[in-house]
Ligand binder design. Structure first.
Ligand code: MF3
Ligand code: CO
Ligand code: CO
Length: 321
């Protein structure tokens, strides 16, 4: 029997189980409300779906209940406040380790939250992430590891990526900073990348599809002469840091999963000045552009609402949405 047959038969059986609070959108996408998701035990539908997911045959999406959305709002606000707190300290001469220490102390002492990156493991063969934030300078695309030897200098661009866990829920957001005076070509890359994020966000509403978000971002970035990183993407978020769906920043309109009220995910485009290709350094985390040209990234955590979106990690300085 082909895998395709297996998929259909499992799903037709399990579609029945899901009728109370899950929604089967098609044979490749299943929505499960978080509450239901948690009441299911091992060797039930979720396990079967997880196995099917590992074959890339089906994607399980979780939507958040209103009280869970409220906790995501609080987590998002907390993460955003870390970026506000660190802003005056991003200066020439400061090390990325200094930034990490300040953010770690603020997250743990002031916010009483957990810095999600610290000791985070994405897979068994990669060492846990050793720091509390990611600091990605110039040609570093993402997942830069703060270091006492990495001194910021005038003209650098740096992404600071913050994820906190508050009351069991994650808020994930990042922004670009100019260290001293930016070069015009760096400033333009950073500003266009922010606009990519904003345009992606404005695409979000129930019924819109993931491909619409990707297409909006890709077409804007490429029109400006930049390229979109393919290997890393936005992600579903909630009690877990990284979950389905994968929110890629390229694609075709009217393709991919449809968005539904109550879904939460990040949009976090990584846009390169040169070619889109990336390398991973020997530390197994740091992602750099293959051509060592500049890369920029901005990230927000988004909730799909009844008629559009809510930016859970919005900062006061942002009035656009
Ligand atoms: N915050 C990153 C994201 O946007 C993930 C960082 S994982 C880490 O998804 F381990 F590198 F911190
Ligand atoms: Co993220
Ligand atoms: Co992030």
């Amino acid at each position: 029997m082909s895998l395709g047959c297996c998929v259909s038969s499992y799903l037709s059986i399990n579609a029945i189980d899901f009728q109370c609070r899950g929604i089967v959108t098609n044979l490749r996408e299943v929505l499960v409300h978080q509450e239901l998701n948690e009441t299911l035990t091992t060797l039930t539908t979720v396990t079967i779906l997880a196995i099917l997911e590992s074959f890339h045959s089906v994607t399980v999406f979780t939507t958040l209940l209103p009280e869970e959305q409220e906790k995501m709002r609080a987590a998002g606000n907390a993460a955003a406040s870390v970026l506000d707190m660190i802003t005056p300290f991003v200066l020439p001469g400061v090390t990325t380790e200094d930034l990490n220490t300040r953010c770690h102390d603020y997250i743990t002492n002031d916010l009483q939250c957990i810095p999600a990156p610290l000791h985070y493991t994405s897979s068994a063969d990669i060492p846990p992430f050793p720091k509390s934030i990611c600091t990605s300078v110039n040609q570093v695309v993402c997942h830069g590891i703060p270091s006492p030897t990495k001194v910021l200098k005038d003209g650098d661009i740096v992404n600071i990526d913050i994820t906190v866990i508050k009351d069991g829920f994650h808020g994930d957001t990042s922004k670009m900073f100019f260290v001293g005076e930016p070069k015009p070509f760096a400033k333009r890359l950073v500003e266009i990348t922010q606009e990519c994020l904003y345009r992606g966000i404005r695409t979000v509403k129930p019924g819109a599809r993931l491909g619409d978000i990707g297409h909006t971002i890709q077409s804007f970035a490429e029109d400006k002469g930049y390229s979109v990183v393919r290997e890393f993407c936005g992600h579903g978020i909630g009690k877990k840091f990284h979950t389905a769906p994968q929110v890629v920043h390229y694609g075709r309109p009217d393709t991919g999963a449809s968005l539904i009220e109550g879904m939460a995910f990040t949009i976090e485009p990584m846009i390169n000045l040169g070619r889109r290709h990336v390398r991973i350094l020997s530390d197994q985390w740091t992602v750099v552009t293959a051509d060592r040209k500049l890369s920029a990234q901005w990230e927000h955590t988004i909730l799909v609402t009844s008629n559009g979106y809510e930016v859970l990690t919005l900062r006061d300085e942002e009035q656009f949405v």
